[in-house]
Design a protein around this ligand. Structure first.
Ligand code: MG
Length: 361
């Protein structure tokens, strides 16, 4: 199955709702697509994303440095092609731009692999279970007033969703506590309540806030510290009863290995775009399994539903819908579970007309 054409393009998507956390706003989703065509007439469509910056750099890297290396290659040799592209950009790896570019290619290769086999991604990548619990982030953004996060939490519970995530990192720690207490009172003890500081705290402040948060029985404390601060995570994980979740800002499998080997996290949130595609995503999930650690991938629910259903140690998929303007069909949600699509390929029903109309580069 030889690759005869490799193309990349970019679509800018406005956020479906305003999203602010402790360090940033979700400005726009730069969605970088890679389309691969083969001599057998199959096409694979993969994608990657940013939350507002760097998308054009990813696109340029694909067009200038990567895509021409794929033409003439056997699309079935996904590992070989991933390695070839990785080493071709050796001067700029490990890095976000390269990882995001590799992800757009790798997901296109997996789309082809699944289509050629006539199998959905969740089965071909492992087939652990057909559905996975969903938790909601969309009602818990930092800019929302306390009444709105409480109303959002109640609405999510009414839909049958198992968990709710609230952003933290207000300048006043007690404002965080007040918001979390109001949500906990509204949802009761049986719904998982997660928090996310988006790397905004120091070790000293995270340790202090963890102590204030502990009585609220939180399911996890996500990105308390900058991802570079491995030793801070090790100290924090051993000083609090709150499980520490990390991964959306980690760009290589080996970096996850360091976190896991050091006991620096209790939950892994590997992001298929930022890790460089499905190939390294699966390696990371299996690595976590070997450490008896669960996986709850970051964002991209439309793709992560199939990956979470592929592996035995997935915990949750995160509800942040963002592709509705580009797809014909929404993620299927039944009784609080996201259902893995059964169509051969990645299982995302792209609307090619909408993509063409919104194409920005
Ligand atoms: Mg997060």
């Amino acid at each position: 199955m030889k690759i005869t054409r490799a193309e990349a393009f970019l679509v800018d998507l406005e956020p479906e709702t305003p999203r602010q956390d402790a360090i940033q706003a979700f400005v726009k989703q730069e969605t970088i697509f890679v389309e691969l065509t083969t001599d057998e007439g199959l096409t694979g469509l993969g994608y990657s994303y940013t939350i507002g910056t760097g998308g054009r750099a990813v696109l340029a890297m694909l067009r200038e440095d990567l895509l021409h290396r794929l033409v003439g290659e056997d699309a079935r040799q996904v590992e070989a092609l991933w390695q070839k592209l990785f080493w071709a950009t050796h001067g700029t790896v490990v890095g976000a731009i390269t990882s995001l570019a590799l992800a757009a290619v790798d997901t296109a290769l997996w789309d082809l692999r699944c289509k050629a086999a006539g199998q959905p991604l969740w089965l071909l990548a492992g087939g652990a279970r057909p559905r996975i619990p969903l938790y909601d982030t969309e009602g818990g953004w930092l800019q929302l007033p306390i009444e709105e996060i409480v109303a959002g939490a109640k609405a999510s519970v009414a839909k049958g969703w198992r968990g709710i995530k609230i952003k933290v990192g207000k300048p006043d720690a007690y404002e965080d506590v007040e918001r979390l207490r109001a949500v906990r009172e509204a949802i009761g003890p049986h719904v998982d309540l997660m928090i996310d500081a988006n790397q905004s705290l120091t070790y000293a402040e995270a340790k202090r806030r963890a102590r204030l948060f502990e009585p609220l029985d939180l399911f996890w404390f996500e990105e308390p510290l900058p991802a570079e601060d491995l030793s801070g995570h090790v100290q924090l994980a051993s000083s609090t009863s709150l499980p520490i979740a990390v991964g959306e800002s980690i760009y290589s499998v080996s970096h996850f290995r360091e976190y896991l080997a050091a006991g620096a996290c209790g939950i892994v949130q590997v992001d298929v775009a930022r890790i460089g595609g499905i190939t390294p995503w699966l390696k990371t999930a299996h690595l976590a399994e070997a450490f008896n650690v669960k996986v709850a991938p970051h964002f991209l629910m439309e793709l992560h539903v199939s990956l979470a259903c592929a592996v035995p140690n997935a915990l949750y998929v995160e509800h942040i819908p963002q592709l509705r303007r580009l797809t014909m069909k929404e993620l299927e949600i039944v009784d609080g579970y996201a259902v893995a699509p059964m169509e051969p390929g990645l299982g995302i029903a792209w609307n090619r007309d909408a993509i063409e109309n919104l194409r920005a580069a």
